[in-house]
Design a binder for this molecule. Structure first.
Ligand code: PEP
Ligand code: MG
Length: 595
């Protein structure tokens, strides 16, 4: 037996950020205990009536919850709407009614029919259906408790931390009303409705903590670290002090950004822009979500490689599948854009490629290298396709220079999708596919590439390098490597213009996207949005919110006429100076814009 005083640390999946320290409250599921004996023939009518009354009361309760959720937790409203649909589903109602006619009590008819549908949904192994199953369970529990005259309510001690196998959405809503500080679950679906609700409620949560219920029996206090996924039972005084300090630091940092975080990325004249984050690590994913990114606009998958734990080599399909599934779930429901490996042969250990090229960035890089090594491309495409079952995945092809490259990747993807369909492996049949615009060839072919894809992302780092023929990592040519060069701006403008008739989203994800001087010009050129490092999300948003799209269009037209980066920078600086002046004079005449 565990020593009561021992500190014990378990590791789970961080599901909702934040640190909580508190008393444990174990939530045990009520046993399913309906009688099996048939009811008397003359009791059928009364049971039918009882069921109908319970159904109506249940609908009224859900409506009530929905009222509350509209102000407290808007993200719960669609879940509750789905539950109302379940309550009115003619097929379910007919099955329950006919079970009662066959002399099952109202409660056992509900249990039987709901359980059957739940099982069918779970068998489909698709997270979307798993959520539907949880909704069914929630409605079932609610009707049963009405029929049994029970209250779905529990008395929680102050500031407690709930430990359970899993939760239903309405249990999370109840938790909202109590002073719950944290959630620890043994089950592990990051994309389930309750976990999403916990995230919206900003309740720190760690899930997939095996053994949590057992350890909870021998502990009173627990720490939940929703950033790292650690759960510490019976923490020592020193551990508590460390976590309190960590919490203070995090809170301070979060407070600074909170205000801007909830504001839209919109210009002063109402032009809405996308604001995504680039992610080079798992920490970036969390930072992006915390800072309110609309999603991950660029996940550099090659930087998530080099996993020392992988025994089967760098491109082990199972390891990639697991990693991508985790990433997609970690940011769910936000979209995540997996860029195919953008590797050069020289970046890889000898045992992977023997190729040594004199000029790797003009050699087999990105999609070129992948098309040469189909087994790597295949493993990655299949892993991304599997992760797409969450329906929040996008795929991005790097270093495109021709239509043929895109066609080849798509052909391969279609083949895998076909196999998955036959094997009943869930995936997103509408997985959005995009290309990076990083080469002059891609910009000049943008009108041909546009009808083939769903979105485009301008990689200004490489576009500058290849347009200016200046190695981005060579300090000797720093002077030439300049994204403000009119040639680079012309290519960006040309891409956006060529793609416009197809209505595609064209964002920009290189460092230029977050350059303080670049944002107005890019908006003026008609960019649909930005993808920037998580730490620069809010400063980028601030600049978007200061911009005026109409003025920016004038600026863009002007800079496209110029002939050197110095002139471009000077024009932008002057534009900003004038705007500031206008704002100051407007402010002093009392017509300031309210935030
Ligand atoms: C780019 O080229 O601008 C880009 C975002 O990709 P990377 O920096 O990974 O080459
Ligand atoms: Mg690039």
């Amino acid at each position: 037996m565990d020593n009561v005083a021992d500190e014990q640390k378990l590791k789970g999946i961080p599901a909702s950020p934040g640190i909580a320290i508190g008393q444990i409250f174990v939530l045990v599921e009520a046993p399913e205990r309906e009688q099996q004996e048939p009811i008397a023939e003359n009791a059928v009518a009364a049971e039918l009536q009882r069921f109908e009354k319970a159904r109506q009361q249940c609908a009224a309760e859900i409506e009530q919850f929905m009222q509350k959720a509209r102000s407290l937790l808007p993200s719960a409203v669609p879940i509750l709407e789905a539950q109302l649909l379940i309550l009115n589903d003619p097929l379910l109602l007919e099955e329950i009614t006919s079970a009662i006619y066959q002399r099952h009590s109202a409660a056992s008819a509900v249990l039987m029919v709901f359980n059957k549908h739940e099982k069918q949904l779970l068998r489909l192994r698709d997270p979307l259906f798993r959520d539907r199953a949880l909704d069914l369970e929630d409605v079932k529990d609610r009707i049963l408790s009405i029929l049994r005259n029970e209250q779905i309510s529990f008395s929680l001690p102050e500031k407690s931390i709930i430990i359970a196998h899993s939760l239903t959405p309405s249990e999370v809503l109840l938790i909202k009303e109590k002073d719950v500080r944290g959630i620890i679950l043994e089950s592990s679906s990051l994309t389930s409705h309750p976990v999403m609700l916990a995230r919206s409620l900003q309740i720190p949560a760690v899930i997939g903590v095996r053994d949590a219920l057992r350890l909870a029996q021998h502990a009173q206090t627990v720490i939940v670290d929703g950033y790292s996924g650690s759960v510490i039972f019976n923490p020592s005084e020193a551990t508590i002090a460390t976590y309190k300090q960590r919490r203070r630091l995090r809170r301070r940092a979060e407070q600074r950004i909170r205000k801007l975080k909830s504001l839209p990325s919109i210009t002063t004249d109402g032009c809405q822009l996308h604001l995504y984050a680039n992610a080079d690590s798992f920490e970036d994913l969390d930072a992006a979500v915390t800072a309110g990114a609309e999603g991950i606009g660029l996940l550099r998958t090659e930087l998530f490689l080099f996993n020392p734990d992988s025994n089967n080599g760098l491109f082990d399909e199972d390891a990639l599948t697991q990693q991508y599934g985790e990433i997609a779930a970690r940011v769910y429901p936000l979209p995540v854009t997996f860029r195919l490996f953008d590797l050069t042969a020289d970046k890889l250990p000898n045992k992977v490629f023997f190729l040594r090229e004199p000029n790797p960035s003009l050699g087999l890089r990105g999609v070129r290298l992948l098309l040469k090594h189909r087994s790597i491309l295949g493993a990655q495409l299949r892993a991304i396709l599997r992760a797409s079952q969450h329906r929040n995945v996008r795929l991005l092809i790097p270093m495109v220079t021709s239509v043929a490259e895109v066609l080849k990747v798509m052909k391969l993807l279609r083949r895998f999708a076909e196999t998955f369909r036959k094997q009943e492996i869930p995936f997103d049949p509408n997985l959005p596919i995009g290309i990076m615009i990083e080469t002059p060839a891609a910009t000049l072919l943008a009108h041909k590439l546009a009808p083939m894809v769903q979105f485009m992302s301008i990689g200004s780092n490489d576009l500058t390098q290849y347009t200016m023929a200046a190695d981005r990592d060579n300090a000797a040519v720093d002077f030439y490597y300049d994204p403000f060069h009119p040639a680079v701006l012309q290519l960006i403008a040309r891409t956006i213009e060529a793609v416009q008739p197809y209505g595609l989203e064209v964002t920009i994800c290189g460092e230029f996207a977050s350059h303080p001087l670049a944002i107005d010009t890019l908006i003026g050129l008609g960019i649909s949005g930005f993808s920037v490092a998580p730490s620069l999300l809010l400063s980028t948003k601030k600049r978007i919110r200061e911009a005026n799209a109409e003025d920016a269009r004038h600026l863009a037209r002007h800079v496209l006429e110029l002939s050197s980066p110095e002139e471009v920078r000077a024009a932008i600086t002057e534009f900003r100076r004038q705007r500031k002046q206008k704002q100051t004079s407007r402010y002093s005449s009392g017509k300031s814009r309210t935030a």
